[in-house]
Design a binder for this molecule. Structure first.
Ligand code: NDP
Ligand code: MG
Length: 379
């Protein structure tokens, strides 16, 4: 039985990890769960799964946690790290959002256990550091799981190109200039996937696709010129790998994160997911069109930062966390997400991403700068 520690258990991915654990209760046990401030939901999860450890990283929320079980509970900013360190898990599933995820990913690498990685910011911000340290990293993001499946679960297998598919997000087919008046409700209504708010907004701006190109660059050691992003509105082909002989392998399934989540925990075995198979008896079409530079400023900015490397991707990520948050609160228009991110990137002097401390300092500085830009835009 595999012991799983789950960081971000109350989020969109985290809840689906718990579904998988429940579905295959004979394969997995839950060693630890960590969330930030969702007290009631964490209490319910503790009651249902009786993990050995649980933690809430928000100190105030932690004070209100009522523990009716034998689960050891830690509160406060280091509580999550303590829980995953002490629980003796075989797999640490990092499913929290944001730069915060990197510290858990580095901890999993240090402990030498399997790191099932949904938190894309770990690779976007700390890909260079993490890939040197994490020997047992398993991808969860659907595109990177698809690539991994096409590479026969071998992250070092040779290929000629990686082709990453993009649904196009909530505003597919519309020009950026037309989007200044779109509301948070519209931006968070993703056509094919149900996800947390931040990643849904990033799907609408296409920043998410830029981040996924960076993820692929780090995970598969791919130079940027060997990674192509294409618009595929149906979200059935989750990504493709092209090989030297001209063959192109694709992974197809209905859009549902439980498949890549479960595979990260069971590979090379494929177990029942409950996912409805594709219905070829009815016939359907799959469309692809190029994701061209020039139409999506956030995608272009992400690629420029990825290619520049160093601390710029961390600055961009921090700016996007602040800008997306401001947009979701109705403080700035959708298109100003780009204004904020661009200004923060332009004001950041690039340098080596040599340590976690350097990245954390960049993250904090870029957030503060982004907040100043948001303030200027709103007064
Ligand atoms: P959500 O916003 O739905 O969930 C975030 C989770 O992280 C919550 O459980 C939250 O707890 C927890 N959390 C927040 N801060 C901390 C912290 N400091 N320490 C520990 N836990 C914390 O996000 P998603 O599930 O949508 O996304 C999670 C990650 O997976 C992101 O990096 C995203 O890009 C990536 N991803 C998501 C996909 C999806 O389908 N959702 C697909 C592919 C990748 P609380 O509830 O208490 O705030
Ligand atoms: Mg994805």
């Amino acid at each position: 039985m595999k012991k799983v520690a789950l960081v971000g258990s109350t989020g969109s991915i985290g809840r689906q990890v718990l579904n998988v654990i429940e579905r295959h209760g004979d394969e997995f046990s839950l060693a630890a769960i960590v969330a930030h401030s969702s007290v009631k939901e964490l209490e319910a999860q503790v009651e249902k799964f009786s993990p050995a450890y649980a933690a809430l990283t928000d100190g105030e929320a932690a004070k209100t946690f009522s523990n009716k079980s034998k689960t050891a509970f830690f509160g406060g900013s280091d509580g999550g790290l303590r829980a995953i360190e002490e629980c003796g898990a075989d797999v640490i599933f990092v499913a929290c959002g944001g730069f915060e995820g990197l510290k858990y990913s580095l901890k999993a690498a240090e402990l030498g256990v399997v790191l099932a990685l949904a938190n894309k910011e770990s690779l976007v911000c700390g890909g260079g550091l993490l890939m040197k340290k994490a020997r047992r990293l398993v991808p969860v993001d659907s595109e990177h799981s698809a690539l991994w499946q096409c590479l026969n679960f071998d992250k070092k297998a040779p290929f000629s190109r990686l082709i990453i598919t993009a649904s196009g997000g909530a505003f597919r087919g519309r020009r950026w200039e037309e989007l200044s008046g779109v509301t948070p409700d519209l931006a968070t209504a993703h056509p094919t996937w149900k996800m947390g708010a931040k990643i849904t907004v990033d799907s609408a701006t296409l920043l998410n696709k830029g981040f996924e190109v960076m993820e692929a660059h780090h995970l598969y050691g791919a130079p940027y010129e060997k990674i192509v992003a294409v618009i595929h509105p149906q979200s059935i082909v989750h990504s493709m790998v092209e090989f030297a002989d001209g063959a192109c392998l694709a992974q197809l399934s209905r859009p549902n994160m439980e498949l890549p989540i479960q595979l990260a925990l069971t590979y090379p075995q494929r177990l029942y997911t409950g996912l409805e198979p594709l219905d070829f008896s009815r016939g359907f079409s799959l469309d692809f069109s190029p994701l061209e530079r020039g139409n999506y400023p956030m995608f272009d900015l992400a690629l420029d930062c990825g290619k520049a490397g160093g601390i710029l991707p961390t600055a961009l990520n921090a700016a996007s966390e602040v800008a997306d948050g401001a947009f979701l609160k109705g403080a700035i228009p959708f298109t100003d997400i780009y204004t904020v991110c661009k200004e923060v990137v332009e004001k950041t002097e690039n340098g080596e991403a040599e340590s976690f401390a350097r990245l954390a300092e960049t993250d904090a500085r870029s957030r503060a700068l982004a907040q100043t830009v948001v303030k200027e835009l709103t007064c």
